[in-house]
Design a protein around this ligand. Sequence first.
Ligand SMILES: [Zn+2]
Length: 412
Amino acid sequence: MIRVLFFLLPVAAICGWYFGYRSSSAAVNASAKGGGLSSNVANGSNNKNAMPEEYFAGLNYLINEQPDKAVDAFVKVIAVNSDTVEMHLSLGNLFRRRGEVDRAIRVHQNLIARPQLTKEQRSYALSELAQDYLRAGVLDRAERLFLELVEMGKSDIANYNFLLSIYEKQKDWRQAIAMAQKLTSVSRGKMWTPIAYYYCELAEEALDQGLIDQAEVYLKKALVQDRNCARASIMLGNLAVKGAHYKTAIHFYRQVQKQDSDFLPEVVPQLANCYEQLGKIEEFFTFVKVALQESYSGSLALALVKYIDRYYGAKATIDFIATQHSANQHVASLRVLEYLLHLCINNAGSTEMSVQVQSNVALARQLLVSFLNNKPYCRCSNCGLGTKRIYWQCPGCMRWATLKPIRKFEIE
Ligand SMILES: [Zn+2]
């Protein structure tokens, strides 16, 4: 309640300022015409510009902690005319930015209902109202208004972007593709990454319905739009595995390294499985080791270490970590360190480690695990959001393909 009341103070101030401004303007005009205060009173203009009753009623509601009534009173105070349109727009915008979307809608609806608005003012108010609906999650109304604006000739980039965000929220990927293509033509922007991801979403929907051929068509379209769309390659690899086409699957999974090597750790288990099915697990290790050498990634190192342990045991794994450390001393991978401690504890029986040292190592690992449990696995390169798993569309900034496994684990 205190927050709302605090918010209403600038609203009251705007109204107060408006009437102060009108009164002083009227006084200046009167003086310019040779009159004075006495002539104002005589002309009755003093009454016209005085603070109306609603203003004081609004202040009263404010004092009595009745914010809804206070807002209504303040909005009534400022009559809509050509001088106050900007003020109404600012007030509505202020409400929306503060999360008071219902009030923003009321202000903008009130504005649009006025016949004296110019064409320009009306389209501006419509755009504001559409944004209110979008913020309130009333997507169909927001869409209708943005489309109306486009039909009115307001085909600016902002309206297309708002429509695109609506289609994304509605998961209407076909409309999203059409809108992104329009945006490409009007803004010459680079929309191929989102369009490729919309095709991947269509492929996911087709897979949910068991339409594998259709899914493949969408994924190939995704690669036509953006040949570096790693998600499309991963999905094509997964489809090939379903058909037991392991060589084809390996081709798609290995493609990920060239497209966007940040996503390579995501396909390590699938790659290992395919090579295993073909009886060529050595080729898997060679490929991943070379990839790691070309571009170090903590997530990739950890994925590889787990497979070395699985196939060759603890000693080979510890040797590999030691070699990696001497080759990459400038990068730290706390998760690899945690895995190393895990190996030391599990293999303590075959070493001469005393019980006390074993217990100390276990404690060190426990501390490290608690520390790492609070750390994200992915980080968005656009907004910096950290998440525990991959999202193809960042839940923070809604960008596509910006949330990736962290290469170098962050130490804080
Ligand atoms: Zn983001």
